[in-house]
Design a protein around this ligand. Structure first.
Ligand SMILES: [Fe+2]
Ligand SMILES: [Fe+2]
Length: 396
């Protein structure tokens, strides 16, 4: 029971034998965070979704677990830090953008070429790319999240240990993603930058609650899952850009996707190590995160107008096949395989039940999704206006 005490206040809630399977409904939902819209304060702007005060706070890790993360420092130096790229070997946004130091004519010619390339890309593609860019741009929220994790956080802001070093350098690598996409979108002239910038400001102000609290077991499961989700979605926006006639944007999205893959590898390695040194707690953490469902980092997205902006953005990503409910199940299956969860040994009784739950989850998710798809197909498509593309309407 000990392991549950700091993982969740709902032990066995995910036990498939006692749990109503409807909790696997793939609509974004967090059992501890309910969204509400406070009363409208002005005629035009609606109000953002805000989490109510029922969020779960995880008690701090016990000292022996903190000590365990400390004891993994030399391992992290050897196996995690090498997955960062030195600055001198890193790409920078400028490598993909028109060169403003060129004579004015040449610079504007490069901008014109960029606009020609993006001219044929459809509006729904831009909605997806903008949503991805906004998600990347809320990076301060993610650094804050990782820095909350007990035993691995950056105590001084410039701490020398490998965990703290990873967090800072990972953030520095990630920073380039939003910067590059933002500048490219700005130069394309296809999107309403002011509405995008407002959305970023709202989103960073709102934060996010991934349900990990300050627990590093939960935190690293979450980041493994998220990095793979972004790897998939940037990979798909690369493919669509190539098909839509913009090979440079394809290269941009593909380059970002390969960073995400490297990051996924780092976080997945950490979870792999945790499963080796502390199998039951780690298995319970995976079950806990899968039970509450992996919340998308930008779930509190708002542009000042559409209180369901995140749902609408997600519907477009699903329709374009950039990130779908099937990808979610695929990611779970990928990690079951990568972490060899079915063969994991040394588990307590609770750990084994968590293992059964996680290893049997993907088919259940797919079945529920099939039913949701059937229901969705029976519905008439409805129009949704997106402020990011000058209030043009898309059919969802
Ligand atoms: Fe990123
Ligand atoms: Fe990432």
């Amino acid at each position: 029971m000990q392991a549950f005490r700091y993982l969740s206040t709902q032990p066995l809630a995910w036990n498939p034998r006692v749990q109503d399977p409807t909790h696997l409904n793939l609509k974004p939902r967090n059992p501890t965070v309910r969204l509400r819209s406070p009363p409208t304060i002005c005629a035009v702007a609606t109000t953002p979704p805000t989490p109510m005060k029922t969020q779960k706070i995880h008690p701090s890790l016990p000292p022996d677990k903190i000590e365990m993360f400390k004891s993994l420092e030399s391992w992290a130096s050897q196996w995690v830090l090498p997955l960062l790229k030195p600055v001198e070997r890193s790409w920078q946004p400028q490598n993909f953008l028109p060169d403003s130091t060129l004579p004015f004519d040449e610079f504007t010619e490069q901008v014109r070429a960029l606009r020609d390339r993006t001219a044929e890309l459809p509006d729904d593609y831009f909605v997806v790319l903008v949503g991805d860019m906004i998600t990347e741009d809320a990076l301060p929220t993610y650094q804050t999240m990782i820095n909350r994790l007990d035993g691995v956080n950056d105590q001084t802001g410039a701490s020398p240990g490998p965990w703290a070093e990873w967090i800072r350098a990972w953030t520095a690598e990630e920073k380039r993603h939003g910067d590059l996409l933002r500048t490219y979108l700005y130069l394309s002239g296809r999107v309403d930058m002011e509405m995008i910038e407002r959305t970023v400001q709202y989103l960073i102000g709102a934060g996010m609650d991934p349900g990990t609290g300050n627990n590093p077991y939960l935190g690293f499961v979450y980041t493994s899952f998220q990095e793979r989700a972004t790897f998939i979605s940037h990979g798909n926006t690369a493919r669509l850009a190539r098909e839509g006639g913009d090979p440079v944007l394809a290269r941009i999205c593909g380059t970002i996707a390969s960073d995400e893959k490297r990051h996924e590898n780092a976080y997945a390695r950490i979870v792999e190590k945790l499963l080796e040194v502390d199998p039951t707690t780690s298995m319970l953490a995976i079950a806990d995160m899968m039970h509450r469902k992996i919340t998308m980092p930008a779930h509190l997205m708002f542009d000042g107008r559409d209180p369901r902006l995140f749902d609408h953005f997600s519907a477009v990503t699903q329709r374009l096949g950039v990130y779908t409910a099937n990808d979610y199940a695929d990611i779970l299956e990928f990690f079951i395989e990568r972490w060899r969860l079915e063969k994991l040994e040394g588990l307590t009784g609770y750990g084994k039940r968590a293992q059964d739950f996680v290893c049997g989850l993907a088919p259940r998710i797919r079945k529920l999704q099939e039913r949701a798809d059937e229901r969705a197909q029976k519905k008439e498509p409805h129009g949704v206006k997106f402020s990011w593309i000058f209030n043009k309407e898309l059919k969802l």
